[in-house]
Design a protein around this ligand. Structure first.
Ligand code: EPU
Length: 432
């Protein structure tokens, strides 16, 4: 058994999983919760208005706690209810993001647009997060400079200033950035003139953020296409609670689980049209999917076909769904190729799958060759990030023997009570 340490171990953050040893037996329904990557921009958007913003279908994930800490540090109030959050930014006057919390969470960068636009200044550290590769902020800085902000750095933190407000203008994003599109779009709602954003991310979470902003009176068109236009308007607190969309990455992960180890798995509360790329891959591999309005049923197949796939911005195959699908490729008969086009460190975790018996060769940091089908054996694995952590649970579920997945706290960042939901469909997984 191999142990690779990426993070300090915490004693109650270990999952112990009994592998099914290639005998698919999971069965039942598993519900997808609200999307982390739609919730975090919604929490940031709440800072644009003085009244209360109510959010529904809020998942109980650790990242909400970190984002709450940063919001409270700025002077906002956050109240948690049952799957709900209320954010009141009426008295928000702080412009300095809590450094420790902001460094622990890449999504803290989402706050810079709303805080800069509303208060004329924001101070923030280089945002941290997962070990999945380089995550620069050049596209954010260039966009805000185009709207008249000035940028400076003292070596420890960055400052963006626009004391007289942001101007209108046209921005071309040299690279497609999801949180960049979201935070600049949020800031643009308070700009003095119209703003046009080109080469935008088209993810459903960008559309969801625009929907929330429209509920605040913003005039936004083109979200879901490469060009978004934001026209000046007066913002107000949304009158209705805003419902967070289902997490398409969680859905994709559960579908991969079902295709690996279920007799029958009904993945519920999904938005099937957000999963075109995933459904297409499953079907090409020979996995049948039965799709209804808000659920997708799937089951394991004896023989899976290999495929060639490349991660891509939406509507392509999401980089966040790549690790669980890598596990599926290890069970396909023949040679698959997976190209990771978004992050340069996002195939590093595959060394752990190799320790479990997978035949994966990294042809470059961005390209993996997978030869299957290989039985997997139990291992003790430490997770480097949210998505690889979930992939390790999937790998352990089909392995022979008892595996341990450590640093489960990282998985908690994106998946609420994952062990309880997996136990309910028959997986033997306990946290200790
Ligand atoms: N990039 C730059 N310069 C920038 C910004 C980004 O070069 O200023 C590059 C990045 O280095 C990367 C690419 O652009 O190579 C895409 O990064 P993007 O900015 O789109 O990523 P992000 O907005 O920081 C969001 C998700 C990630 C998801 C990526 C890609 C949130 C809160 N996070 O990150 O989710 O992997 O988009 O789809 O929405 C996760 O949930 O586990 C996760 C990592």
């Amino acid at each position: 058994m191999s142990v690779i340490y990426y993070n300090t171990l915490v004693s109650d953050n270990i999952f112990t999983i009994e592998g099914l040893n290639g005998r698919p037996s999971l069965e039942g329904q598993i519900e997808v919760y609200g999307a982390k990557n739609a919730l975090l921009p919604a929490m940031a958007a709440a800072c644009l208005v003085e009244g209360e913003t109510h959010l529904e279908n809020v998942p109980g994930i650790a990242d909400v706690g970190q984002m709450t800490r940063i919001l409270e540090g700025l002077g906002a109030y956050v109240t948690r209810g049952e799957k709900a959050l209320t954010i009141s930014a009426k008295e928000m006057g702080g412009t300095v993001l809590d450094s420790a919390a902001a460094k622990s969470l890449r999504a803290s960068i989402l706050l810079i647009g709303p805080v800069l636009a509303r208060l004329g200044r924001v101070t923030f550290p280089h945002p941290g997060g997962d070990l999945i590769g380089e995550r620069p902020i050049d596209l954010f800085v260039r966009a805000f400079e185009s709207l008249g902000a000035t940028f400076s750095s003292d070596g420890n933190s960055y400052v963006l200033e626009a004391p007289n407000g942001l101007n209108g203008g046209e921005i071309f994003f040299r690279g497609i950035t999801v949180t960049g599109t979201e935070t600049v779009m949020m800031a643009a709602t308070l700009a003095k003139g119209p703003v046009t954003l080109k080469n935008c991310a088209m993810e459903p979470e960008v559309i969801a953020t625009a929907d929330l902003l429209r509920g605040m009176g913003a005039r936004i068109t083109g979200d879901g296409t490469p060009t978004i236009t934001i026209s000046p308007s007066a913002l107000f607190a949304p009158s209705k609670p805003f419902r967070i969309i289902p997490d398409r990455i969680e859905a994709a992960s559960f579908l991969a689980l079902g295709a690996l180890s279920a007799k029958h798995l009904d993945v519920t509360n999904v938005e099937p049209r957000h999963l075109d790329a995933v459904i297409d891959m499953l079907n090409e591999m020979g996995v049948e999917t039965s799709i209804s309005k808000d659920a997708i049923a799937v089951r394991a197949r004896e023989i899976l076909k290999p495929i060639r796939v490349r991660t891509h911005e939406y509507p392509g195959f999401a980089t966040d769904a790549q690790p669980p699908f890598m596990v599926l490729l290890t069970q396909a008969e023949g040679e698959s190729v997976l190209i990771e086009s978004i992050f340069d460190g996002r195939l590093n975790y595959t060394s752990e799958l190799v320790q479990m018996g997978a035949n994966i060769t990294l042809l470059s940091p961005h390209k993996a060759k997978v030869i299957g089908k290989t039985p997997l054996k139990a291992a003790s694995i430490n997770t480097p990030d949210i998505r690889a952590g979930l992939a390790f649970i999937l790998a352990a579920s089909i392995a022979e023997g008892t595996s341990t997945v450590m640093s489960a706290n990282l998985i908690d960042r994106g998946y609420e009570s994952i062990e309880k939901r997996l136990q309910a469909v028959g997986l033997s997984i306990i946290r200790s």
